[in-house]
Design a protein around this ligand. Sequence first.
Ligand SMILES: *[C@@H]1O[C@H](CO)[C@@H](O)[C@H](O)[C@H]1NC(C)=O
Ligand SMILES: *[C@@H]1O[C@H](CO)[C@@H](O)[C@H](O)[C@H]1NC(C)=O
Ligand SMILES: *[C@@H]1O[C@H](CO)[C@@H](O)[C@H](O)[C@H]1NC(C)=O
Length: 565
Amino acid sequence: MCRNLSNYALIFLFVALSGLIFLLRNIHTVENWNCHTVSALYKLQSRIQSSFIPVNLPTFHHNRTFCANLGQKPSPEDELEERYLLGSIAWPRPPARSAPPALRQTSDPVHSLFTILPTREGRAWHVGDQLEVLVQMHDFQGRPKHYGGDFLLARLHTPELGAGVAGQVLDHKNGLYSALFPLLWLGSAQVEITMVHSSEAVAVLRRLREERPDRVFFKSLFRLGFLSETTLCNICLPPDQQPLCNYTDLYTGEPWYCYKPKMLSCDTRINHAKGGYLKHLITNREALLFQSGVNLKVAIHASGADRINVLPRRKDPTKFAPSGFYYADSWRPLGGTSVRRFNDSSAITQCLKNKVVNMYGDSTARQWFEYLTEFVPELKEFNLHSPKNVGPFMAVESTNNILLKYRCHGPPIRFSTVTASELRYVSNELDGLAGGPDTVVVLSIWSHFSTFPVEVYIRRLRHIRRAVLRLLDRAPGTVVVIRSANLQALDQEVSLYNSDWFSLQLDDVLRAMFRGLNVQLVDAWQMSAAHHLPHALHPPEVIVKNMIDVLLSHICPEEKKSPQT
Ligand SMILES: *[C@@H]1O[C@H](CO)[C@@H](O)[C@H](O)[C@H]1NC(C)=O
Ligand SMILES: *[C@@H]1O[C@H](CO)[C@@H](O)[C@H](O)[C@H]1NC(C)=O
Ligand SMILES: *[C@@H]1O[C@H](CO)[C@@H](O)[C@H](O)[C@H]1NC(C)=O
């Protein structure tokens, strides 16, 4: 009897424990069920679907025609421009080899050296002169390199003065590089040369860009009633795998596809989101080319002195003029525009009085929106119930009649869930603006294009440029400001998706495509390259402050002093 009882107790204990374990395991799901009104069935289903996504990735043929069969064919003029643009960003390739290079044959920043060249007449340096530095690249065995294609950055700076300027790097395609700097301030100045990637690493990135546009993948949720499915999406999907939903934009022809859900129609797309990043894209040997502290953003040392002393101005400025430089930690553009400092919020509200500022782009445009709403407390964010970090966002200052808006650009966009109805192409949004002297348009579109062939970016910018021109034609006073790409922190993983080399190539295309138009450029590239703070995808606040000063100076330029009578 006693024995029987203890048996029952054991069984009871077992059942109770199993129940508890079941409950604990599912508590997360249960919580989710409680805070949404959607059915538990749907939640469970989408959870299962999402977790299947990486497993379901189709196997693609990775070759250069991967994306070519999707999207409209460009017109002959567009094709001509595309060829010109691609030619203008041509990057030297390492010589063809029968086998991939061993690490010891690749560029090594530690063995490489730079030398400050003396002035032509052997005299002292003066403000307005050009400083030339010669860089000789070596491999890990210390042997000089005989071909170009390394990605180098150059900076001249004086920390005590808060001064810095980005240098121009010229590739002589024989292992030698020149870095040119304008001398813009007095006193001691120090040269800094950084190898971002070896030419061999750039060759890997180039291959990924052309052949692996699937290395960032996207997904969409489809839902109707209790049914829901999640499928894979991208700018191009091989059509031979499964039926496609074609979301190509009717106005621009911008392509976008998802695999068709099995049970639901293409009309039931609810949202868009980043799916993830593919791993194992490169071989172990290739991975050696992307080692932080070894051959990824590593400084090259000077063979002699790494600094010079600059004396007062003697002659006119030199040929190479950067867009600006830092002095006393403030950005000073060269070539006309002077920057006003907007140090307090009232200066900003005075500048933006009666204006509507429309910001479009990636998170680097959103960062400007966030800076303004944080720095100007009167600029109250209006709650649109948008998802965090995604938007759209809106802020209002009613005393001075200011409206500030932000919206992300159309796909490819690697944000967390964007509602399908909020997926808009910038060019279509611009077509919806009346424009005028009180309308400001801010564009920052670059980072989410780095995993695709450059043609994809060219096509996107072409559509945006056309819409900008239409806007400026119907409302000539509209202020259009374009923010360029910037440098960012790189490790091996980030390099494969977002290397500065991808950004640089896109940025060169951006500048070329908007050159000569009535739009203003905020040179985020040089503003990050010339600054002493570490590179970051979202630059530190001091740099953003300088960018906002430049932006606002374009919106409210300094009043021209009327000539004395
Ligand atoms: C490239 O891939 C496509 C499918 O994605 C295939 O049809 C084509 O034959 C491939 N081309 C080469 C040269 O392998
Ligand atoms: C998708 O739709 C666009 C526009 O209607 C069309 O030009 C394109 O050929 C379609 N793509 C496919 C793969 O059918
Ligand atoms: C803004 O602040 C900077 C740095 O503190 C200072 O040099 C500058 O004089 C200030 N300008 C104005 C207009 O307040």
